[in-house]
Ligand binder design. Structure first.
Ligand code: AMP
Length: 279
C-alpha cells in the first residue's frame, strides 16, 4: 500500500493508476462501517484509494474537532489488511492553506434542514472537502454510507450539478448487535451512555412498527410518538426527529410510500445520528 501525504504526490500517483478507481473518503478512526465501504470498493474496482482526513471545515465552533478520535497507525494497518492500494493522508495546512476562501455550498431544502439546521456550515465543509478530494483522486466511483443520509444526498446533488464523472455508491448502515449504528464518536460514550444510546435505533424500530404494523399514516403522529419516546429515554437529549421523503428529504405529511426516518440526539458528550428507510 502506498501512503501519500502531499497533494502533488497524490496527483503523480493518480496519473500512473490504470483501470477503475474506487474512492472511500473517511475521517479515520476506522470501524466496520468504514470497512464495509472499503470492501465494496475492493470488490468493484481495480484500484482502491482511501483518504484519512479529519476535516476542520466541517466542524463548527465548539464542536469536537480537537478531540475527534485519531489513530493513524491503526488505520493504516487496517487499510493494509483490506488490500487498499493508496492511503491518502493530507495535512490540514495543504488542504486549507492561508487565504483559502472558496466554498462549495448545496442550497435549498436538501441542505437547510436536519444537519444543515443543527450544524451551520457542516454540510458546506463536507461538500467542499469532498470536491477537493474528488479532484485530487479523480475516482470513477466513490462510496458513502447511508448512515450520513443527508451528506450522501448532498454529495449526489453536487456531483450531478457540477457534472462530475463519478458514480456515487450508497452503502447500508453497519450496526452493533444491539442496533447502535457504528460511529467513530461512539468512543465518547461511557458504559452507561452506551446503554442509553440504544434509544436511537430503538426509536427507528418503533417507527417501523407504527407505520408497517399499526398502519399509521399521519407523519405528525409518528413524529410525536418518536419524540415522546426519545424525550423519555434516560440520558438522551433529543435534537430532531424527521419523517422525510427519501430523495428530497422534505418533511412528509401523509405516509403513502417509502419514508426516511431520521433522528439526531446528544448522549453524554456525543452527538449521534441514525436513520432508517421504511418501505
Ligand atoms: P466518517 O469517517 O465518519 O466521515 O465516515 C466516512 C464514511 O463512512 C461516510 O461515508 C460514512 O457515511 C460512512 N460510515 C460511517 N459510519 C458508518 C456505518 N455505521 N455504516 C456504514 N457507513 C458508515
Amino acid at each position: 500500500m502506498r501512503v501519500v501525504r502531499t497533494l502533488s504526490e497524490m496527483r503523480e500517483v493518480r496519473a500512473a493508476l490504470r483501470g477503475c478507481v474506487g474512492f472511500v473518503p473517511t475521517m479515520g478512526y476506522l470501524h466496520e462501517g468504514h470497512l464495509s465501504l472499503i470492501r465494496r470498493a475492493r470488490a468493484e474496482c481495480e484500484v482502491v484509494v482511501v483518504s484519512l482526513f479529519v476535516n476542520p471545515a466541517q466542524f463548527g465552533p465548539g464542536e469536537d474537532y480537537e478531540r475527534y478520535p485519531r489513530d493513524e497507525a491503526r488505520d493504516l494497518a487496517l487499510l493494509e489488511r483490506e488490500a487498499v492500494d493508496v492511503a491518502f493522508v493530507p495535512t490540514v495546512e495543504e488542504m486549507y492553506p492561508p487565504g483559502f476562501s472558496t466554498w462549495v455550498e448545496v442550497t435549498g431544502p436538501l441542505a437547510e434542514r436536519l444537519e444543515g439546521a443543527s450544524r451551520p456550515g457542516h454540510l458546506r465543509g463536507v461538500a467542499t472537502v469532498v470536491l477537493k478530494l474528488f479532484h485530487l483522486v479523480q475516482p470513477h466511483r466513490a462510496y458513502f454510507g447511508e448512515k450520513d443520509a443527508q451528506q450522501l444526498r448532498i454529495i449526489r446533488r453536487m456531483t450531478s450539478d457540477l457534472n462530475l464523472p463519478i458514480e456515487i455508491v450508497a452503502c447500508p448502515i453497519v450496526r452493533e448487535p444491539d442496533g447502535l449504528a457504528l460511529s467513530s464518536r461512539n468512543v465518547y460514550l461511557s458504559p452507561a451512555e452506551r446503554e442509553h444510546a440504544r434509544a436511537l435505533s430503538r426509536s427507528l424500530a418503533l417507527a417501523r412498527r407504527l407505520i408497517l404494523e399499526e398502519g399509521m399514516r399521519e407523519a405528525a403522529e409518528v413524529r410525536r410518538r418518536l419524540q415522546e419516546y426519545l424525550r423519555a429515554a434516560p440520558g438522551v437529549t433529543l435534537d430532531y426527529v424527521s419523517l422525510a421523503h427519501p430523495e428530497t428529504l422534505e418533511e412528509v405529511e401523509r405516509i403513502e410510500g417509502p419514508v426516511l426516518v431520521l433522528v439526531a440526539a446528544r448522549v453524554g458528550s456525543a452527538r449521534l445520528i441514525d436513520n432508517a428507510l421504511i418501505p
